[in-house]
Write a protein that binds this ligand. Structure first.
Ligand code: NAI
Length: 426
């Protein structure tokens, strides 16, 4: 039996559609890059005849990307890339758009999650747009016969790019994929500012607690960790960074943060935010050392950074103390609060809206031009992971600067010659 669309799963799809439509319109109004790309795509319809399968966080900004791809002529089938990040109303509104089918639903179990991914694959995609890699993996594992007709795809996040590179190294990635995550227009804004702002605001909204005067432990000082540390510091928290990479640890130290092992930080922290993309970052020995009432949140892609099974085994009690906050009581009476089931807090907490609109405008602007590039120049890309051509990333930056009314200088011919030459010395 085919997997039901969101419309088929909701009891009142009409009111859901109405609410979702408002959210999408609000986002679109604040996305000048997507507006410019949509204008161009709308007249040229560069995706005519293509079928795009997407596994993304289905909320308002993603809906704008989806609509823009559909307006460019593509048939689009979309589902979630996390069991808790879908906004059902946005999903319903998308499902009503011409050329779009949405299977995304919030709070699905693993079986439903993968069934919805397979439902998008049943549309026989020629392009895939993924966040985390589950869609590409499902195609390679279960639908290898479709690979020949796929021109290529795009990957949105660090964890997905890691998985694709590992697949590529093993010779197991059989179509071209753009590492959208790795572009300056995505990573320097979305991972840093988006994750920083959205994780902190969602922790604050979910708990109603302040960061001021607290010890905030940030695990991982990569792009996301830097953003979380910067924004927490800006809200008057004392930030403690944990790392495994010596240069990043030093960078955090030089930027003024306390750097410690998790064993040491566990004793001091009030709020913990994991941003490593790795597993088992906070485990039993750390829970043992934590103070009563600590708050744990994850901002990395998967829910494996905090060992929730281990915490559950240690706990004598477990209850939901607020919407999206689960309290684990340890035998000595200490309480440990986990937000959003340890799933990425900026997207999975009950009040979550994901990154700010402006940031996603940039990320999805890059996604949109990359889909166009993959379709128009597919012969230029072999199977494997590809960097996004720099001129595409610049194109998106230029649109944004123009929309912001910001003018920058241009290199003169002499400056260009000087920068390109090795002959000029003292
Ligand atoms: P990154 O690779 O720049 O940073 C990760 C850092 O964690 C590295 O410096 C690494 O050395 C460190 N690390 C690894 N294992 C560790 C451990 N056991 N303890 C302490 N530090 C450790 O990656 P980036 O771009 O910061 O992404 C991190 C995660 O966040 C990924 O899973 C990515 O997919 C996800 N992400 C989440 C977003 C969100 O909306 N919440 C947005 C963008 C990315």
């Amino acid at each position: 039996m085919s997997h039901p669309t969101i419309t088929e799963q909701l009891s009142d799809p009409e009111s859901a559609r109405e609410s979702g439509r408002k959210k999408i319109e609000w986002a679109r109004q604040h996305m000048p890059i997507m507006t410019a790309v949509a204008e161009e795509f709308g007249t040229e319809t560069p995706l005519e005849g293509e079928v795009v399968a997407m596994a993304m966080h289905v909320e308002a900004k993603t809906a704008v990307l989806t609509e823009v791809l559909a307006e460019a002529g593509a048939e689009v089938a979309i589902t979630g890339c996390n069991p808790l990040s879908t906004h059902d109303d946005v999903s319903a509104a998308l499902d009503a758009v011409d050329g779009v089918t949405s299977y995304a639903k919030r709070e699905v179990d693993d079986e439903e999650y993968y069934a919805a991914i397979e439902a998008t694959i049943d549309h026989a995609p020629t392009v895939t747009v993924d966040d985390g890699g589950d869609l590409v993996m499902a195609i390679h594992e279960n639908y290898p016969e479709l690979i020949d007709s796929i021109v290529g795809g795009c990957e949105e996040t660090t964890t997905g790019v890691h998985r694709l590179r590992a697949m590529d190294d093993d010779g197991e990635l059989h179509y071209p994929m753009f590492a959208v995550n790795d572009t300056p227009m995505k990573r320097l804004f979305d991972n840093v500012h988006g994750t920083g702002e959205a994780s902190l605001s969602n922790i604050a909204m979910t708990t109603n607690l302040s960061f001021a005067g607290k010890n905030v432990v940030v695990a991982g000082y990569g792009y996301c960790g830097k953003g979380v540390a910067m924004k927490a510091s800006g809200q008057n928290a004392h930030v403690i960074v944990t790392e495994v990479e010596p240069r990043r640890a030093l960078e955090a130290h030089m930027e003024g943060y306390e750097v410690a092992s998790m064993a040491e930080a566990a004793e001091k922290g009030d709020i913990f935010v994991t941003t490593t993309g790795n597993r088992d970052v906070i485990v039993e020995e750390h829970f043992e050392a934590m103070q009563d009432g600590v708050v744990l949140a994850n901002a990395g892609h998967f829910n494996v950074e905090i060992d929730l099974d281990g915490l559950d085994e240690m706990a004598v009690g477990r209850r939901e103390v607020r919407d999206g906050v689960e309290e684990f009581e340890l035998p000595d009476g200490r309480r440990i609060n986990v937000l959003a089931d340890g799933r990425l807090v900026n997207l999975a907490s009950p009040v979550a809206m994901g990154h700010p609109v402006e940031v996603m405008d940039q990320s999805f602007g890059v996604q949109a031009v990359c889909v166009r590039e993959m379709v128009e120049n597919s012969d230029a890309y072999d199977a494997g992971v590809h960097e996004v051509p720099d001129d595409l990333d610049r194109e998106v930056a230029e649109i944004k600067l123009e929309a912001e009314g910001i003018e920058i200088d241009e290199l003169t011919a002499e400056q260009t010659e000087y920068m390109d030459s090795w002959q000029h010395g003292t």
